[in-house]
Write a protein of this length. Structure first.
Length: 256
């Protein structure tokens, strides 16, 4: 059976998401398991715009590549939207990669700045800004940026195991939105439910957002669906069990 044609809007992921989640208002979108701090859906855009203003002052503009090397963190999600707001390109790298691999990926992607919540091997790289230095509550004037669906949005990387060194795969805003719209249009599967359902699902954010699976889920699909994400920096079995019990988790995303 041929799949139904998917009508994908010609807009940015940023515009698409915030047009949708405004209906969720003051419902809880993100919980930081480490601190129990909660972020409402209504707070995501103002925080993102404040960080975007700060990045703009640092010279980041449309088309620049901004690399994130970090463990899962509520601010990771906010930063992704800040980068989108400027029309810059997100380059999400694994903090577990070797220094040589990260160096190669930074060079291949033509990275302009690195954002991180780590203090370890990042000392070997230039132009690193720590998450703590990205202010979420000081909204300044932002540049007007026109973003279409064909503009580049995200670089994700192959594993580099059997194919040589890791290779960057560029997604446009349209390619990400097409995937989401495809899920919505197919009424015969339950993929939409697996992303999380508003006022029903609590999702533990344990899959690394540096991986395409985690990136698609937490900053994008689960937020769009109106579900609540409990952010866990990295997988720890005892902590994971605690999260399942404490927050009454309903939907889990894991790999075999």
């Amino acid at each position: 059976m041929r799949p139904e044609k998917v009508n994908t809007p010609d807009c940015s992921v940023y515009a698409f998401v915030f047009d949708k989640i405004k209906e969720y208002g003051d419902e809880i979108a993100i919980i930081d398991h480490s601190t129990d701090k909660k972020i409402k859906f209504s707070e995501i855009q103002p925080k993102a715009e404040a960080i975007a203003a700060g990045l703009s002052e640092r010279g980041i503009k449309k088309g620049d590549v901004v690399t994130i090397i970090a463990l899962n963190d509520p601010k990771y999600i906010i930063i992704c939207y800040a980068i989108m707001r400027l029309g810059a390109i997100i380059n999400s790298l694994s903090p577990l990669s070797t220094q040589n691999t990260i160096t190669q990926q930074l060079k291949d992607s033509n990275t302009k700045i690195i954002l991180s919540n780590l203090f370890t091997h990042l000392q070997y790289f230039d132009s690193v800004v720590h998450f703590d230095d990205l202010i979420e509550d000081d909204i300044k004037k932002l540049p007007d940026v026109k973003i279409s669906g064909e503009d580049e949005f995200l670089i994700c990387w192959t594993s580099g195991t059997s194919t040589g060194r890791p290779k960057g795969v560029v997604h446009t805003h349209k390619s990400i939105l097409s995937q989401y719209c495809m899920f919505l249009s197919n009424t015969s599967n339950k993929v939409k439910e697996f992303n999380g359902i508003r006022n029903k699902h609590i999702v533990p954010g344990v899959v690394p957002m540096s991986h395409m699976f985690g990136f698609y889920l937490y900053p994008f699909a689960t937020i769009l669906q109106g579900a609540c994400v409990v952010i866990i920096p990295k997988f720890d079995f005892e902590e994971f069990i605690t999260v399942l019990s404490k927050y009454k988790v309903t939907t889990i995303h894991v790999v075999p």
